[in-house]
Design a protein around this ligand. Structure first.
Ligand SMILES: O=C(O)c1cc(=O)[nH]c(=O)n1[C@@H]1O[C@H](COP(=O)(O)O)[C@@H](O)[C@H]1O
Length: 284
């Protein structure tokens, strides 16, 4: 197998940097003619996967919308995750897990173990119990060529109060998280390759204000905030500067609102909008 970082790089080269978010909000289910139920989120997810296959490299099912329907919803999620991987998409489970180390290890096992019911290619995780508490997840991901996306600077406005707070050394919390991840990637990443521990940096955030800086080795940056939250694809290089080349741009509602008949075209159009967005941006 190839590392998640390198599989991400290959997916971006082949399909572009769009990630299709699978967020079956209740009004979207209604607009798609589906019920607010486990069966509804299953159909919504499977149809989105079918439309994304061959048109995008990544999908990101948002776990909450499946969890909402209990065991049946989670069974639907299992099907959606498996269908995405079978379709050749890189599947990022957006569960934002984070806990003390021993508990975090069990979450990592649930999402990143080959053959596990929730097996995904990568998992979103929160570092706010300490980046070190995620070590077991990083090790497991490395052992199985999986990926982890660590929340560094999230797209929501409430995040700034915590994430832009500064340490005694004058660095922002986001900057500390990013520097720690870069150091961890450097230990296990081959020269010239992308690291497999990615960062989440929202497209609504100015990375300079957030105290971030281009890091090395390069690693995938999951970038939500485009589309519904207001960030524009044509401003990608303005937003991410020298980090643009590894950005994976995630959109959910802006694409999903096209409905079941329009979703394939909406994905193709969104992919095209990012096609030239980071041209000329050097690998950092
Ligand atoms: O980790 C995420 O994906 C995430 C991080 C972040 O900083 N902001 C953010 O919006 N997200 C997720 O990205 C998706 C955004 O959805 P849309 O606003 O509809 O494109 C949701 O599933 C959010 O939970």
């Amino acid at each position: 197998m190839t590392s998640f970082g390198e599989r991400s790089r290959a997916a971006v080269a082949r399909h572009g940097r769009l990630c299709v978010g699978i967020d079956p909000h209740e009004p979207l289910l209604a607009a798609w003619g589906l019920t607010a139920s486990a069966a509804g989120v299953r159909d919504f997810g499977l149809r989105t996967i079918e439309a994304a296959a061959g048109r995008a490299g990544f999908v990101k099912p948002q776990v909450s919308f499946f969890e909402r329907f209990g065991a049946a919803g989670l069974a639907a999620l299992e099907e959606v995750l498996a269908a995405g991987r079978a379709a050749g998409l890189l599947v990022i489970a957006d569960a934002k897990r984070g806990d003390i180390g021993s508990t975090m290890d069990a979450y990592a096992a649930a999402w990143l173990t080959p053959g596990a019911p929730f097996e995904a290619d990568a998992l979103t995780v929160s570092p706010y119990l300490g980046v070190g508490a995620l070590s077991g997840a990083f090790d497991l991901a490395h052992a199985h060529d999986k990926g982890v996306f660590v929340l560094a600077a999230t797209s929501n406005p409430e995040a700034a109060a915590v994430q832009r707070a500064t340490t005694a050394e004058g660095r922002t919390v986001s900057g500390e998280v990013a520097a720690d991840i870069a150091a961890r990637n450097a230990l296990v990443t081959d020269e010239g390759s992308w690291g497999s521990i990615g960062l989440v940096i929202g497209a609504t955030v100015d990375w300079r204000d957030a105290g971030l800086a281009p890091f090395s080795p390069p690693a995938p940056i999951l970038a939500p905030g485009f589309g519904h939250q207001g960030a524009r694809p044509d401003r990608l290089t303005e937003v991410y500067g020298r980090m643009s080349s590894t950005v994976i741009a995630s959109e959910s509602r802006s694409i999903l609102s096209a409905g079941p008949d329009g979703i394939a075209d909406a994905i193709a159009a969104a992919a095209a909008a990012y096609a030239h967005a980071a041209e000329g941006s050097p690998d950092v």
